[in-house]
Design a protein around this ligand. Sequence first.
Ligand code: ADP
Ligand code: MG
Length: 240
Amino acid sequence: MIEVKQIHKCFGKHEVLKGVSLQVAQGEVVCLIGPSGSGKSTVLRCINGLETYEAGEILINGQRVDSMSPSIHQLRTRVGMVFQRFNLFPHRTVLENVVEGPIFVNRIAPDVAKKSAMALLEKVGLAQRADSYPSQLSGGQQQRVAIARALAMQPQAILFDEPTSALDPELVGEVLAVMRTLAADGMTMIVVTHEMGFAKEVADRVCFLHSGTIVEEGPAKDVLGAPQHARTKDFLRRIL
Ligand code: ADP
Ligand code: MG
């Protein structure tokens, strides 16, 4: 469903992705791990068409992702993204945050959009907070709203960029629980995370990125349990 083929990406003279390839099948969960600065966010941003790339190709269900193409906005609505910082609109309620995209981008009738949004808020355990403002919620609750907002666009896949890194430790579990449910429901997901417990339990595959190159990739139990590459071993030793 998502095919990343040999992409190269430079910021000025700095080549930050040096031929990254990644395939994700429908319903698969792939965790992308690696040290800070290795290019994880850039990979996600290229897949979502938020960044251009110099060489290679990215296909979503066979359609080329090209940030310059006029159809990029449409493509972006089909691939959701959840960021480290929740990026909710501060002056809109929880419900308004979730219905914004469906109403104004997907042109869904407001009453229909509200009904679906309430069902999604129910799913992430926040239906009773529909009329709250983001600032009245904990970080974990805000991130669950952000997930509901991504789901409201009915995406074919969701990319998560360190969704729990900005949270206090006691709030991480509730967000991972929602992500686990999505995975169990068959959502196609790429998750950049340092939560190795989650990766072990939920990921079909783990890719380890280092300096813009995927140096190791395989089932979670292999990459995390018995890493082959020295850089993977070193990284895991330092974060565990
Ligand atoms: P990660 O998410 O793994 O921490 P990033 O993808 O954010 O890594 O960044 C990879 C490299 O690209 C880093 O060296 C970073 O400094 C650089 N980089 C990221 N975004 C930009 C940008 N907009 N302009 C210049 N350099 C950037
Ligand atoms: Mg990053």
